[in-house]
Design a protein around this ligand. Structure first.
Ligand SMILES: NC(=O)c1ccc[n+]([C@@H]2O[C@H](COP(=O)([O-])OP(=O)(O)OC[C@H]3O[C@@H](n4cnc5c(N)ncnc54)[C@H](O)[C@@H]3O)[C@@H](O)[C@H]2O)c1
Length: 328
């Protein structure tokens, strides 16, 4: 019996594969490699290069490896790109996601952990954000995730699919082996560390007039290894016959853009210059999770998610891998 991890060559997926294997699980990775890196997965892990929407391939993988559960990370995940090319997001994340679920159900797989996102809430009606808050995404990326959440809920009712839909806030940090290597990179911490390493002249800070203590936007950063741990707990929950759930994965603490930069200055010893820019449309002032439900249902509490540990681990990985997964 094995677990199918889609998007396992991507950032969060590769760390989860590493942690699942360390916990003694058999894992099979499926990734189209449009965005991920083959080097992020060891040669020992069975790996298939292909699309999640390829039903014949899914049927073959499930049969050959006796797949019993799936963790579905595979998705396109750039907010800006989704606004410019929504069709790409609805095709890849929604159409392929539905084909994928159909192929899994046809093959008898009924446990599913889904990478959802805080973007499903859009502009939050209250902060900290709990799972009952209104969900009204501000971009096609968020909608593509919310549609799949609805599909999962309907398939539970109709077909007994048991799922955990995990709404991540901001994934960050690295393990010894796996780190964040997106191209282009849009996440704050790797951009700040690129500036610390002298690869960029400065860090753009979008908006200095938010109603926050220092005027910059506040986000909830979770260490990627803590996220991986939550996936392992979610699988255990489903294996024990637990109910389908939507759960936030965040710390409940938020840090402003300037706090992130200040911590990175301390960790790296670099000056890190900033460049003040106007607010970006659709960027809320404060996005912080209420993580009580994940604590209650999964017994999950983040252990490595203080800002200095997150930035320290990402900086260590960057120093060891200055060109990311590209050979130095
Ligand atoms: N990084 C974050 O902070 C964050 C926050 C919230 C949610 N998420 C979600 O978590 C998941 C993982 O995020 P990430 O940062 O690791 O992204 P990533 O881009 O590093 O990884 C995604 C992987 O999925 C693969 N993929 C995409 N479409 C595919 C398809 N149709 N078939 C097969 N493989 C495909 C890509 O090649 C890539 O390796 C995504 O679903 C994303 O939406 C991420």
């Amino acid at each position: 019996m094995a677990i199918l991890v889609t998007g396992g060559a991507g950032y969060i997926g590769s760390v989860t594969v590493e942690r699942l294997e360390a916990a003694g699980e058999s894992v099979v990775v499926l990734d189209a490699l449009g965005r991920g890196h083959r080097e992020a997965v060891t040669r020992e892990t069975p790996f298939y290069k292909g699309q999640v929407g390829d039903r014949a391939l899914i049927a073959k993988i499930v049969a050959e490896h006796k797949i019993e559960s799936c963790v579905h990370f595979a998705a396109l995940a750039y907010v800006g790109e989704s606004v410019e090319q929504p069709e790409k997001y609805f095709e890849n994340n929604v159409s392929q996601g539905i084909a994928f679920l159909g192929a899994l159900l046809a093959a008898g797989v009924r446990r599913f952990v889904f990478s959802s996102t805080a973007a499903t809430y859009g502009e939050p009606e209250r902060v900290p954000i709990d799972e009952e808050c209104r969900k009204w995404p501000k971009n096609p990326y968020g909608w593509s995730k919310l549609v799949i959440e609805q599909v999962l809920d309907s398939y539970d009712t109709a077909h007994g699919l048991k799922f955990a839909s995990l709404r991540y806030f901001n994934a960050a940090g690295a393990t010894e082996r796996c780190g964040e290597h997106h191209d282009p990179e849009t996440h704050l911490i790797p951009i700040v560390l690129a500036a610390a390493a002298g690869e960029k002249p400065d860090v753009p800070v979008f908006g200095g007039d938010y109603p926050t203590p220092d005027g910059t936007a506040i986000r909830d950063y979770v260490h990627v290894a803590d996220l991986a741990d939550a996936h392992i707990r979610a699988l255990e929950h489903l294996r024990k016959g637990g109910s389908s759930e939507f759960m936030n994965l965040g710390t409940g603490d938020g840090y402003s853009v300037l706090e992130v930069i200040e911590t990175a200055r301390r960790v790296t010893g670099s000056e890190i210059r900033i460049r003040k820019e106007a607010r970006r449309p659709g960027d809320p002032a404060r996005l912080v999770a209420d993580p009580a439900k994940a604590r209650r249902v999964l017994g999950w509490t983040p252990k490595m998610s203080d800002l200095a540990s997150i930035i320290g681990s990402a900086w260590d990985w960057k120093k060891r891998n200055p060109r990311g997964y590209f050979a130095s």
